[in-house]
Design a protein around this ligand. Structure first.
Ligand code: FAD
Length: 501
């Protein structure tokens, strides 16, 4: 029988989880003089299923935390270029059009294996003065406006911790969120993903080009291949959880076909070989983010659904949510007030920071939710890539829906509509004249495309009228929210980042 020894530990703030969000929060609180205690289930370094890609905004935070120099010793490859494949045909290749425009951020991202990234970040939190207990799995939380009590299993012992406040940074299955009835489980805002490391032809993994792949099997979602250190690549697929269940998609089979597709179609992947077992995981996207605060605490990172709905990136927004939460927690400690009303400042802060970009990205994700529309959407995407390849301004503005550092929804919508109207106007005459049809095809759209949209919508309606209706209403609601947000906050605050030099 296991011996149960109870120890008591006290702190100002307990942070549950030592991923990027938890470590960023512990670092920020500790450097502001708060007694921060971070409890982490695993012993670091540990593997975390991820694409490992950190964008320039995330690198800026890592720099502020003093982590970047250390991470750069492993000589990660600066990722500054991208290739976009649609149905295995490359439609865009070139610089990532929205990097390097603002010298506050590095002009590139890095692929940093999480084993390394998370260990370095946890070290930075400890160096700033946070107390870190690894191998400590939190099992029970009792939180209220009078303080917090936490029970954890620590190396075969039951340990009790007390603090004024708690932050749940414990990922997608957060015990903290669950204990407060705030765990979100919405398949329409969750992506299932699978990834592995691989080696490719010499040279391919040495070029700083992140490749993304769209096709019917991963719709709505995408495949990726990111060059990682040591000539390896991180490759994987992500698919909306709801579509996976509705269409009974097997992720292991789609992953196998994806690797096979790379072998057959990618110029540098004829001999791609996996060097690790494929592992699955999920991400919970910002469209599902709820209140994220309660009597005695807050939720940050994946525990609070801060993932970009279009790219699935959660490292940077997780760290940003943590920095925003730190300000609210410090203010609550200063005021000696820990009730939900006092902590609601966090919700106001994250809504005003993330909504101007994320509400738009959520709307895009909702439009793409309908797997019946895969074919016409893929054609539209291919067309968008062709335009972007020829028009750098369009690439900068409209390409930003996928990982852009500044998102201007009304400019994107305006540009896309203008191009679409132009295409559609040129497509209709093709119904009447074969010659005009050739012109329409040359411009990338034909009357048959318009018919394809209609046919796909009809298929969706007939196959499940109730789902179709709910989806239409979801789109309308999100559209109304998008317009209201864009009118209220036309500037994207994420473009400025949270680190002030
Ligand atoms: C396949 C896949 C690919 C992805 N690719 C990318 C990408 O390329 N770029 C990107 O930015 N994002 C990517 N993401 C998303 C990214 O991984 C997450 O958004 C990010 O890890 C969130 O950080 P976090 O600190 O909130 O949570 P996590 O990184 O999940 O950290 C949570 C920590 O809490 C600990 N924990 C959990 N429960 C307890 C407990 N009871 N007690 C104590 N500790 C606990 C865990 O051990 C863990 O260390 C991907 C996700 C998946 C699944």
């Amino acid at each position: 029988m296991q011996a149960t020894v109870t120890h008591e530990h006290r702190a100002d703030v307990i942070i549950v989880g030592g991923g990027p969000a938890g470590s960023a929060l512990a670092w920020d609180l500790a450097r502001r003089g708060v007694r921060a205690l971070l409890l982490e289930r695993a012993r670091f370094p540990r593997e975390k299923v991820c694409g490992d890609y950190v964008d320039p905004r995330g690198l800026q935070i890592l720099q502020a935390m003093g982590c970047l120099d250390r991470l750069e010793r492993a000589k990660p490859l600066p990722i500054s270029h991208t290739a976009t494949f649609v149905e295995w045909e490359r439609h865009y290749r070139g610089p990532i059009p929205f990097y390097g425009l603002d010298d506050r951020f590095p002009p590139h991202g890095y692929t940093i294996p999480r084993e390394e990234l998370d260990a370095v970040m946890l070290g930075a939190a400890a160096a700033a003065g946070a107390t870190v207990h690894e191998e400590t799995a939190v099992t029970e939380i009792n939180a209220g406006s009078e303080g917090v009590e936490v029970t954890a299993e620590r190396r075969s012992r039951t340990v009790r911790y007390r603090a004024q406040l708690i932050a749940g940074a414990d990922g997608v299955n957060s015990v903290v969120a669950r204990s407060q009835g705030l765990l979100v489980n919405d398949p329409s805002r969750t992506t299932v993903a699978r990834r592995a490391y691989a080696v490719v032809e010499p040279g391919v993994g040495d070029v700083g080009e992140a490749a993304v792949f769209y096709d019917e099997s991963t719709f709505p979602g995408y495949g990726w291949m990111f060059p990682a250190p040591d000539g390896r690549v991180n490759l994987g697929i992500g698919l909306l959880s709801e579509a996976r269940a509705r269409f009974d998609v097997s992720m292991p089979s789609v992953f196998t076909s994806f690797v096979e597709g790379l072998r057959r179609h990618h110029p540098g992947c004829a001999k791609v070989e996996l060097v690790s077992k494929p592992i699955g995981g999920i991400v919970k996207m910002y469209g599902g983010a709820g209140r994220n605060h309660f009597d005695g605490g807050v939720l940050v990172g994946d525990a609070g659904n801060f993932v970009d709905p279009m790219t699935g990136e959660g490292i940077t927004p997780g760290m940003e949510s943590a920095l925003l939460a730190a300000t609210t927690l410090v203010a609550a400690l200063e005021a000696g007030e820990f009730h939900a009303g006092r902590l609601s400042g966090y919700e106001a802060a994250f809504r005003s920071y993330f909504d101007p970009s994320m509400v738009f990205l959520d709307f895009c994700a909702v439009m793409l939710r309908n797997r019946h529309l895969a074919r016409p959407w893929l054609k539209a995407l291919a067309r968008g890539c062709q335009v972007a390849q020829a028009d750098a301004g369009f690439a900068r503005t409209c390409g930003s829906y996928f990982g852009g550092l500044e998102i201007r929804p009304l400019d994107i919508i305006g540009n896309v509509w203008l191009r679409s109207i132009e295409d559609v106007l040129l497509a209709w005459p093709s119904l009447l004249s074969a010659a005009a049809g050739d012109e329409g095809r040359r411009r990338g759209t034909s009357a048959s495309d318009l018919i394809e949209w209609q046919a796909a919508l009809s298929r969706s309606m007939l196959s499940d009228p109730l789902w179709h209706l709910r989806w239409t209403l979801d789109m309308q609601r999100r559209w109304a929210k998008l317009i209201a947000t864009a009118a209220r906050a036309p500037h994207d605050p994420r473009a400025d980042g949270l680190i002030k030099s």
